[in-house]
Structure formats: C-alpha cells, structure tokens
Ligand binder design. Sequence first.
Ligand SMILES: [Mn+2]
Length: 232
Amino acid sequence: MIYVIGDIHGDKEKFDSMMEKLSPTDKDTVFVLGDVINIGNSSVELLQDMMYRANVYPVLGEHEYMAKKIFPLICGFSTIDEAKDNLSGEDKELFLKWLSMKSEKTTEDFLSLDEEGKESIIDYLSEFEAYEEISAGGKDFVLCHSGIDGFEEDKDLSEYDEEAFVYADTDYNRIYFPDKYLVTGHTPTALIDRILTGKVYSKKRHLAIDCGCGYGGRLAAVCLDKLKVYYI
Ligand SMILES: [Mn+2]
C-alpha cells in the first residue's frame, strides 16, 4: 500500500498515533507531504524519528525549504540570540523571516544538538523531494506540498524550481492533470470549502489533505490504493 500523510507541523504525538493506525509493513510506503516542522513542539524529535523509518519518504514544504537554508547558517551558534547577534545582511534577514514562521522551539532544539546531531538533521532535510510521481491501485498521482506555481500543461515537472512546489497557490477548481490526481497539503481544507473543515478534500482530480493539524485540527492520511482516509 502507498499512504500519504498531511502537514504534521511538529506534532509528533499525532504522527506516532497515525503510524500506529496505518501500521505500514516493509512492503508499504508512506509519503509525508511537507510542513513536518514548526508550530508544534516536537519538530526536531519528529525528524529524528522519521529519518530512521525505512518506509517513510518526505516531501518538501516551505518550512523545510527554509530550514534547509537556515540550519547550515546557524549551526555554529548555541542560542537564537547568539545567531541574531552574529548574522548580518541577507543571512540575518533570512533568519528573521524564519523566526516569524513559528520556528522558535525547532531552532532551540536544533541548536542544542551536538555537531553530529545537527549534521544528521541537515543531511535529512536534503533528502526531502520537491515532488513525487507515483501509481497506486491503477491510478496515477502527483504528490507535492502546495501545488505547482506557474503551471503549464506541457511542462515536465522536473523543469520547475523546488520553490514552485512549496509556495504555490493551488486553484482547487482547476483540473491540472486530466489523468492524474494532484495530492497536496499546505492549504487547510477548511479554506477550500468550510463544509470540509477537518476533512480531506477530493474533487476535480484533487486530493487536499491538510486538515489543520498544528492549528488544533486533525492529522489526515490517505491510502492511495483504496482512496481510504484516516484521521487522528
Ligand atoms: Mn505549507
């Protein structure tokens, strides 16, 4: 089976409960659809857990996209204040932007790691894929965090920048691929249709699975083979 899990936002408890519920075997694959970190309190712990799960494949969200840039800049410091005082110019600007993303706890936990621990987090973030194309249960899927910015029908997905998949504003009334499902997180489904608050959105060849975990909502997962939905 192939499963996809929505935006976790540092809520390791919900992720653990979801993994228990799905109980994937070695033959199953679990894609985590980005925005794994920030807002919640256990982002670093969550990354450290995910990196040792052989069947979990991470997809990049804008929070990880920023973390990939920030962590190498600050890994020599031991506190947020020390990093703020010593960074300058563009680096400092980027760091301040990062701190505005509810990343304080993530940053503190990262800075408290030893050198090896920091390195393993930076290495793991580099494994996050911008998108994935997969087939399950006789259907084809494109997985990415937010959608595809500047989408053109004839353009191959490999031709877009990484950034296009993490900041896009998806038009959920548009069918992007007539023969594939576009699976996204990033936009809580309550913002697509209020009636769907806390539920997966599945219309017009879209599967939108961010059910607001991190904002007091639920964590959702979908088994793509059966289009079966799970909630925590
Ligand atoms: Mn996002």
